[in-house]
Design a protein. Structure first.
Length: 492
């Protein structure tokens, strides 16, 4: 434990929803829910106004709509959020060389390594200055926790929400932790919490009183000993500046289960191309291609193939994903598909395109064998079952027809997603309030406006209306198109 509160934890307040409220004057002070809007979507973030109705992240969207029927429900704009996150992380990087991002809106900072803080007074001054800079740069608020350990800094930032700063003085750890729920300790999830509750351990004070031997008996040597140390306030985990990227992946959940084998294959091809685009933006290549399939009965299968060397070639990734699909039985329907690349590297194996051509013939044979087999799962004995990290949950998309142009209502859903940015040739910038029955409703307003903008409705194919890049929340700030970074899942 440190003698001074020089570990800072920043957590942006209701990040996705707050960004939407800041960019849309008509939504300020109103309940906003961001997430997948399909019947299988989930909540990514809810504004504080929506949380008063009981809406929270990871909740099924249908349940959220029942709790807050009058809230604004928007599809995420991840490029926009990544742009704002980039601005925030740049500010953190000015404080210290040791910044450990946990997600787009959360990070630890070692102030001691930056030479900016050596006691409580200087640490608090840095934290307050950071909050002011974030507000000036992004127009959003963040909560700051300061303590002598990562665990307590994170607890402090949670207590500071929203838009505050809490500092825990080193030496007060045990008194601060004692009355709190054991679930506040890192690594204590629902299952561990239930084990402890059945043993009569519900607070951090109960953990300390039980002793290390009893915790080891209940939870095992590693987990029990770690939990005991944490309960005493002992957390020596360092702030790690760089965490090795493990995988890049994309996935889609479909409103209606897919049954047509050709349609499933086309979706896998599309996902492979999106995955490679994300891989290239991250500056990586990878050796292992992973296919994820969630079937009609919610069973989830992963199949993987490791190449001779790393690649970022879309043909190689697409064909590998197609081969893996042949190893999976999709009879009965598919509700989710995902394609990922792991085993990342900073270079590309030059001869992999030749490898793809050489394997083209083998691909046809593999398909013939898969078609003759009774079950794709049985044919996958040589494939790894390793999973792949995926993006934010709730990325639900509708299921278009296998071929031919989309219908007008589908265009409205896919092309005019609620909350996304548009521009009209005459009326200027706006955002989609909703669409359906061949029409799209747009509110024309920009960040910084003092009053809500006007609302107009257009045919979905109106030539004067087109998708647009997000406008910066603060004049001179970055937009999603300028600063968007790829989602790279890191080890946790």
């Amino acid at each position: 434990m440190r003698a001074a509160p020089t570990i800072l934890h920043l957590d942006m307040d209701a990040f996705f929803a707050a960004a939407e409220q800041a960019s849309k004057p008509s939504l300020r002070g109103k309940p906003v829910v961001v997430g997948g809007l399909g019947p299988r979507g989930v909540v990514a973030t809810a504004s504080y106004e929506a949380r008063r109705f009981g809406v929270h992240s990871a909740m099924p969207m249908g349940q959220a709509r029942r709790l807050a029927p009058n809230a604004a429900y928007l599809v995420p704009r991840f490029a926009f959020y990544r742009a704002i996150s980039g601005q925030v992380m740049e500010l953190l990087g000015r404080l210290s060389p040791l910044v450990e991002p946990l997600s787009l809106d959360e990070a630890f900072v070692d102030l001691e390594a930056g030479g900016l803080a050596e006691d409580s007074v200087s640490a608090r001054a840095v934290g307050e200055r950071l909050r002011a800079e974030i507000l000036a740069t992004t127009g959003l608020t963040g909560s700051v926790g300061l303590a002598g350990s990562k665990m307590l800094a994170k607890i402090a930032s949670e207590e500071a929400k929203p838009d505050g700063l809490v500092l825990f003085e080193p030496g007060t750890e045990r008194a601060l932790l004692a009355p709190r729920s054991v679930r506040i300790i890192p690594g204590v999830g629902p299952a561990t919490g239930d084990h402890l509750r059945r043993a009569g351990i519900t607070t951090v004070a109960d953990v300390a009183e039980a002793g290390e031997d009893e915790l080891v008996r209940i939870l095992g040597r590693s987990h029990g000993a770690s939990l005991y140390r944490m309960a005493l306030g002992h957390d020596d985990r360092p702030v790690v500046a760089e965490r090795d990227a493990k995988s890049v992946s994309v996935e889609d959940t479909f409103d209606i289960d897919l049954h047509d084998r050709l349609r499933i294959r086309l979706e896998v091809e599309r996902l492979a191309e999106r995955c490679v685009a994300r891989l290239r933006r991250s500056g990586h290549s990878g050796r292992t291609i992973v296919l994820k399939v969630r079937r009609y009965d919610f069973s989830t299968l992963t199949r993987s193939e490791t190449l001779r060397g790393p690649t970022d070639d879309p043909l190689v990734v697409r064909e590998a994903a197609e081969r893996l699909l042949e190893l999976v039985d999709t009879t009965g329907g598919v509700r989710l598909l995902g394609v990922g690349v792991s085993g990342l590297a900073d270079y590309t194996q030059e001869d992999l395109f030749a490898q793809a051509e050489a394997e083209a013939g083998a691909q046809g044979e593999a398909r013939a064998e898969a078609g003759a087999g009774a079950s794709g799962e049985g044919a996958a004995s040589g494939a790894s079952g390793a999973g792949v990290a995926v993006g934010v949950p709730g990325n639900v998309v509708p299921a278009p027809a296998a071929d031919g142009p989309p219908a007008a209502t589908e265009t409205a859903i896919r092309g005019w997603a609620p909350g996304h940015d548009v521009r009209h040739a005459v009326l200027g910038a706006g955002w989609v309030q909703g669409s359906g029955l061949g029409r799209v409703t747009v509110r024309f307003e920009e960040p910084g406006a003092r009053v809500p903008g006007r609302v107009r409705t257009f045919p979905v194919d109106d030539p004067a209306l087109e998708p647009a890049d997000p406008l910066p929340l603060v004049p001179g700030g970055a937009t999603g198109a300028e600063r968007a970074a790829p989602v790279v899942r890191t080890g946790e």
